[in-house]
Design a protein around this ligand. Structure first.
Ligand SMILES: CC(C)(COP(=O)(O)OP(=O)(O)OC[C@H]1O[C@@H](n2cnc3c(N)ncnc32)[C@H](O)[C@@H]1OP(=O)(O)O)[C@@H](O)C(=O)NCCC(=O)NCCS
Length: 256
């Protein structure tokens, strides 16, 4: 019994020593983060627009660089990457807040790294469509994460972000002279505030010079969606019966 107590004391004191070292390193880290903040604030003053603050290319550049440093120092590169992504996201909020941009959604390119959040958003937003068609297994609701990752790898897209939150997304692919737009999605609590329209415009802007029209589809009972698309110049092209109770309305818009 006495030996056991002695061993417990010894391991408690060893853990105490290790924790003291972690506390010491934490102090150094916070000092370094404080210095990073000075430079981030300085960079923020040089950027006039929110998209310049949310510069995804620059984020990837920083992440790849610190992964390289982690490899040199024999540290776990995944831990370093995750720590950096969280830190960069917090600094982006700081910069946006500093410039009064935080509440205004910004539209930036979608990346494969957004797949998890896009899937969550998609499932929340398309629940209303499931109710319209009494069908919980509509494709956007049953799409899996690997399928979405694959789709994002082969398409371009845009996302709307408010603060750190993903509040909207759209994807598109170029198919000959047609830009095929799909999965226009806005967070349920922000629908009706113009985000869908802004994302649709961002998707259309992706069409290169060889693209002459944009095409998309929605269900025949989705009156709100049809009104949105028609208001923005889309014209019904054809109907496609999918199953009893669901017909897809294909619409097309000539691009300038
Ligand atoms: C469709 C959707 C992307 C539109 O985005 P939004 O930000 O709500 O749209 P906007 O604010 O830019 O434009 C408003 C118009 O969108 C349409 N709309 C579609 N669903 C809507 C909703 N739930 N709330 C408000 N407007 C909606 C209406 O035509 C509305 O115009 P109105 O004022 O005449 O009613 C969004 O409502 C959504 O994510 N819906 C669920 C998923 C879905 O059905 N996606 C489209 C698949 S084809």
């Amino acid at each position: 019994m006495l030996i056991l107590l002695h061993m417990q004391d010894a391991s408690a004191s060893a853990l105490g020593n290790v924790r003291a070292e972690i506390d010491r390193v934490d102090r150094q880290l916070v000092q370094e983060i404080a210095e990073r903040e000075i430079w981030v604030r300085a960079a923020g003053k040089l950027k006039a627009m929110a998209p310049a603050v949310r510069d995804p290319d620059r984020v990837e550049q920083v992440v790849q660089r610190v992964r390289g440093i982690a490899a040199e120092l024999d540290a776990d590169a995944d831990v370093v990457e995750r720590t950096y992504r969280a830190m960069i996201s917090a600094f982006i909020d700081l910069e946006l807040g500093q410039q009064g941009f935080l509440d205004a959604p910004v539209i930036v390119p979608l990346t494969v790294a957004d797949a998890g959040e896009v899937l969550t958003l998609q499932r929340a937003a398309y629940a209303s469509e499931a109710l319209i068609y009494s069908d919980p297994s509509l494709p956007p609701l049953v799409q899996t994460l690997p399928e979405l990752v694959d789709e994002l790898t082969n398409s371009v897209g845009h996302k709307a972000i408010r603060g750190t939150r993903l509040v909207g997304a759209v994807r598109s692919v170029i198919d000959g002279d047609t830009l095929r737009i799909g999965r226009l999605t806005v967070a349920p609590d922000l629908q009706g505030s113009g985000l869908g329209t802004a994302l649709l415009a961002a998707a259309e802007a992706d069409a290169g010079p060889d693209v002459t029209s944009a095409a998309l589809f929605t269900g025949h009972l989705s009156a709100d969606n049809l009104r949105l698309y028609e208001r923005h110049g889309y014209v019904e092209e054809r109907r496609e019966d999918i199953k009893p109770g669901l017909t897809l309305v294909h619409l097309r818009k000539l691009l300038p």
